[in-house]
Design a protein around this ligand. Structure first.
Ligand code: B16
Ligand code: MG
Length: 218
């Protein structure tokens, strides 16, 4: 196999933090009298914090009601709610199949990295107690262009010392699949709501992850 590395998204792939993002945005939206539901939350997957808030405001035709500084302060407020909520995470919240899959990949000499645009990723990995399973964890604060730009996946490949075509990316968001393909990598999608580019290997859930499926990439 010419593959040398697997690059994982975090939210929706290693654990399901979408419900906490939802609850934190919902709390803020209720305080501000903005409409927010699960379907809007779906469109925030893989989207940066400030862009997520912009989407919520646009859904409410309220973007012009706030200055950029106010938007930043309110997005930070959501983050305070989110940070408080994720403290409940434990290793039991790692999604099914993830630990055996990473263990087998590592036993087969594959390098592993995390490409999450969440600035809370290091804390989430710590709470899940899996930080040491990864050779590299991208620093979201240093990423200039969010997914679907390939920057974060290319940063991971470079840090691992691998060429993009030696890496596969695993993502649950459409923007993430686009970022993986733009990086020149192969993709595995976890329950992706496909609106444009489809993943090379679409799976319904992480429980279907099996090291053997990677042989499809040659
Ligand atoms: P934070 P991922 C993304 O993480 C989430 O999918 C997205 O919903 C969230 O807005 C974004 O991280 C930023 O997160 O506010 O914690 O910095 O899917 O790239 O792991
Ligand atoms: Mg995700």
């Amino acid at each position: 196999m010419s593959l040398k590395a697997i690059i994982f998204d975090l939210d929706g792939v290693l654990t399901d933090t979408a419900k906490y993002h939802y609850l934190a945005w919902k709390k803020l939206a209720d305080e501000l009298g903005l409409y927010f539901d699960e379907s809007i939350n779906e469109s925030l997957k893989g989207v940066s914090r400030i862009n997520s808030f912009e989407i919520i405001l646009e859904e409410n035709n309220a973007s012009k009601n706030y200055t950029d500084r106010e938007k930043e302060i309110l997005a930070n407020k959501k983050n305070d709610y989110y940070k408080e909520m994720i403290e409940q995470l434990t290793p039991n919240d790692i999604l099914e199949g993830i630990v055996p899959f990473i263990t087998e990949a590592r036993n087969n000499g594959m390098k592993c990295a995390v490409a999450s645009i969440s600035k809370n990723a290091p804390r989430v990995l710590e709470l899940l107690n899996i930080s040491n399973m990864f050779d590299y964890i991208a620093d979201a604060a240093l990423v200039k262009r969010p997914k679907p730009d390939p920057e974060i996946f290319l940063t991971c490949a470079y840090a691992l010392g691998c060429k993009p075509d030696e890496c596969i990316g695993i993502e649950d968001a459409q923007a993430g699949i686009e970022a993986i393909h733009a990086a020149g990598m192969k993709s595995v999608g976890i329950n992706v709501s496909v609106t444009s580019v489809a993943p090379d290997i679409p799976l319904k859930s992480t429980a279907e992850l099996d090291f053997k499926i990677l042989s499809r990439f040659g």
